[in-house]
Design a protein. Structure first.
Ligand code: FES
Length: 121
């Protein structure tokens, strides 16, 4: 397992992107949703290999805060499932990342996340 961040690094109502290891090809997006911590690879499924989605650091939410958004071409994703609900990758989904939270609040991710491809489909 790799240390991603601490639970205090993820404020409610915001998204944060963390590199799982130095030199990793993509960040992991972490956010709170309905009292649960969720995480996705920062890799839009529009193109094979995945495109980073934020328009600036940590900016992964749509303007109304109700969806994750890829700011390259405006695809919107359901926060709970990662399913694309509008945009050019309709029918695809973000790659969910399993999180483990230690008793001290450290958030860990599986080792493979540091070198993983982006798109599931
Ligand atoms: S790369 Fe994400 S919508 Fe095109």
């Amino acid at each position: 397992m790799l240390r991603l961040c601490h639970i205090d690094d993820v404020p409610k109502g915001a998204t944060r992107g963390f590199l799982p290891a130095p030199g990793a090809p993509r960040r992991v997006i972490v956010l709170w949703h309905d009292g649960q911590l969720l995480a996705y690879a920062d890799a839009c499924p529009h193109y094979r290999g995945g495109t980073p989605m934020a328009w600036r650091t940590d900016a992964y939410l749509s303007g109304d805060g109700r969806h994750l958004e890829c700011h390259a071409h405006g695809a919107l994703f359901d926060i709970a499932s990662g399913d694309c609900i509008a945009g050019p990758c309709l029918g695809r989904r973000l790659t969910k990342v399993a999180l483990h939270v230690d008793e001290d609040g450290t958030i860990l991710v599986p080792d493979h996340v540091a070198g993983r491809g982006g798109s599931e489909r």
